[in-house]
Design a binder for this molecule. Structure first.
Ligand SMILES: O=C(O)CCC(=O)C(=O)O
Ligand SMILES: [Fe+2]
Ligand SMILES: [Zn+2]
Length: 686
């Protein structure tokens, strides 16, 4: 292999060339199918660079460095989150040069290494320039403090002392950042402040000049009396939340110091606006942006930001914009000073749907359902306690499901390029893009989740897992991740496996994950259980107590005890004591699917779903723990999902009842039982 710049040249054998050509063709097909991008064999000035996108972890600098070597570039468009980019050269010769020399070449970059496939295009069709505005009431003032003031403010924070330190402030190490409070402690257990228990430490004197400037400039008209300092290392963040209305007055100020980060604002109607917060800038949240939109910082090491730093709009939202100008920006350590004024009376804002002071419905759990006694009953139970719940929590659920599980990725990445994959119960589609060389299609019972997949550019449709409208033997592989445990009878679980097998071609494989009754396996507690311990014991790597649950004290967790034949409501992050149960999901404020739909569903219902026990979030997801930490969510409605958790051997036993398939392997993965099935290769396709 011969190295040139930071890409590596593959051999030039004609067999190799043929392979590259085949792969390039496949990439063109995928671009047409998934993105509507039509490529042409006829040389033009513009090329689409498959695998060279921000979505592949390729930065603008890395890609443009190699493209620039091929000729004079006119434009480079890198649509956010997409696995491709467009380059336009000044002349066709340069484009041809790039095509000849870069096609099939490996690009080594900091985050990834990818093989580029280039094809000519007649026009750069992904140029979406959607004008976008900041949420109403949000103001960003750049360069609000000088570099000297920044240094002074940062030096004023003493992180060395834990808990309530000598200066009388309160400090905590949370899962994704560390925090310090002055004036009043913000309590992450009840998402409020003890208004009659001020901290000995009031705001550090270094803040005064800054706050006086805020008063002078009219950003606030009363001095804040509470300060929360958050420090985020690269890769850390804060979950989306609305600062509790009843805790703080209208205006919230947040000063960004040290490094920039992107803060995402989400409206309940699904709009997302990402705002770049440069260091030394002041963010002012008032009105709608303070009361209705959630704000949060996604934990990651790179942000998508406008390539041109001076871009004043500071917007870097996913559905944006200034088409050509986004790039990846490495996160540094960001320290934010959030100044707030404690509220002493109930909130009377104009956003009752998000207001804990104005919440009129206090949902109380009624009688939980029983296990189904017949088929019709089972379908009804699932409709009520699975389908409707996922529809109602879809956007919040999706926001907690970002990291694909490594073993599932491994399965997907081992499939041959061009394999047809069906993800039955695909949720938000987090597996559909894992291996871009597959032809992946997903289906889910929840229309809201399928919509999220579609918004992400994936192929997905609404379907019940018991009857998937795909042809028999049409798939090389199927996955069913965390789906079959939602069927409430053995007969229906069996039917779900049968349906997966039906879709497989002879020799095709299916990967099935279900939640395990055994959350402790080989003396190892699953992450789901471990996370519970984290709440009540010191963390492994710190002497400080980690306490950032979004919930009430333990005493309130068991809100009711079911009668004998009733399904029990599981206490999150504890061992299971029954195989059939209801698992609470705490919907975060500001994450309702659709204000109209879910709120009327909540208020008109008399069933137990809107029980409000505010206990810890439930998930069997080994890598993400939703609702674990909010700094301001007001108490939110609780939905209950039905689960049948599988005992060891039960999944294999279930699969062995299906003809024409064998269990190739089975394993336990972070509190889940998993099998790989293989359809008998000798079966005829008809
Ligand atoms: O880091 C920030 O700017 C925001 C912090 C925040 O939202 C909070 O502590 O409530
Ligand atoms: Fe906040
Ligand atoms: Zn309010």
């Amino acid at each position: 292999m011969e190295c040139e710049g930071n890409y590596v040249k593959a051999g030039r054998r004609s067999k190799e060339e043929k392979k590259v050509f085949r792969k390039q063709l496949r990439a063109s097909h995928t671009l047409l199918k998934h993105e509507g991008i039509r490529t042409t064999r006829q040389p033009t000035k513009s090329l689409v660079v498959a695998n060279g996108g921000l979505g592949n972890g390729v930065s603008r600098e890395e890609l443009s460095a190699v493209l620039r070597e091929m000729g004079a570039m006119e434009n480079l468009v890198m649509p956010p989150h997409k696995p491709f980019a467009f380059v336009t050269y000044r002349c066709e010769e340069d484009a041809t040069n790039a095509h000849t020399r870069l096609n099939g070449q490996k690009l080594l970059c900091a985050e990834n290494s990818v093989v580029l496939y280039l094809s000519y295009v007649n026009s750069v069709t992904h140029q979406k320039a959607v004008a976008e505005t900041l949420p109403q009431g949000l103001v960003l003032v750049e360069d609000f403090v000088s570099p000297e003031e920044e240094a002074q403010l940062l030096a004023a924070v003493d992180w060395s002392s834990a808990h309530e330190d000598v200066s009388g402030s309160a400090q905590k190490a949370l899962k994704h950042r560390r925090v310090k409070h002055y004036g009043f402690e913000f309590r992450y257990d009840n998402n409020n402040v003890d208004k009659d228990k001020p901290l000995p430490a009031c705001l550090p004197g270094e803040c005064l000049p800054v706050l006086e400037r805020c008063l002078r400039d009219g950003h606030i008209n009363i001095m804040p009396d509470q300060l929360t300092i958050n420090q985020y290392e690269s890769g850390q963040g804060i979950p989306p939340h609305v600062d509790t209305h009843s805790a703080f007055e209208d205006t919230i100020l947040s000063l960004s110091l040290g490094a920039k980060a992107v803060m995402e604002f989400r409206h309940p109607d699904g709009r997302v606006v990402a705002v770049v917060l440069p260091s030394r800038s002041l963010l002012v949240m008032k009105g709608e942006s303070r009361y209705l939109w959630t704000h949060g910082i996604t934990p990651r090491k790179f942000d998508l930001v406008p390539a041109c730093e001076s871009q004043s709009a500071a917007l870097a939202s996913p559905d944006v914009r200034t088409q050509s100008g986004l790039t990846l920006s490495k996160r540094g350590t960001r320290t934010s000073f959030t100044f707030r004024k404690i509220r002493h009376e109930r909130c009377r804002c104009a956003f009752p749907s998000a207001c804990d002071s104005q919440r009129t419905t206090s949902p109380s759990p009624a009688s939980p359902p029983s296990l189904p006694c017949c088929r019709a009953d089972a379908a009804l139970l699932e409709e009520e306690y699975v389908h409707r719940v996922y529809d109602a929590i879809a956007s919040h659920f999706s926001s907690t499901r970002h990291s694909p599980w490594p073993h599932v990725c491994q399965f997907l990445n081992l499939l041959a390029p061009g394999s047809v994959l069906a993800d039955v119960g695909c949720g938000n589609g987090k597996y559909l893009g894992v291996n871009p060389e597959l032809v992946a299609v997903g289906c889910d019972r929840s229309g809201a989740l399928v919509q999220i997949c579609a918004d992400r550019g994936f192929h997905a449709f609404v379907s019940d897992a018991l009857s998937v409208p795909l042809r028999t033997a049409s798939c090389d592989a199927c996955i069913s991740i965390a789906v079959i445990h939602h069927f409430s009878t053995q007969e229906r679980r069996l039917a779900a496996v049968r349906e997966l097998v039906r879709l497989l071609k002879p020799g095709g494989q299916a990967l099935v994950y279900v939640w395990a009754f055994e959350q402790e396996y080989n003396k190892q507690k699953s992450k789901y259980l471990k996370d519970h311990n984290r709440d009540s014991s010191p963390t492994q790597n710190s002497s400080k107590k980690t306490q950032e649950p979004h919930g009430e004290p333990d005493t309130q967790r068991h809100s009711y005890y079911p009668a004998e034949d009733k399904l029990s409501v599981h206490t999150n992050r504890t061992a299971f004591n029954s195989q059939d149960l209801l698992v609470p999901w705490h919907l975060k404020e500001g994450n309702k699917q659709d204000g109209k739909d879910s709120s009327c569903r909540l208020s008109s219902r008399t069933d137990p779903r809107p029980g409000c026990d505010s206990s810890r979030e439930a998930t069997h997801n080994p890598d993400s723990k939703p609702c674990s930490d909010t700094s301001g969510c007001s108490s939110a409605p609780v939905f209950h999902r039905y689960y049948h958790v599988f005992q060891q051997g039960e999944l294999e036993q279930l699969c062995s009842q299906v003809a024409g398939v064998k269990v190739k392997s089975s394993y336990h993965d972070q509190g889940n039982w998993c099998v790989v099935l293989e359809k008998d290769p000798s079966l005829q396709m008809i």
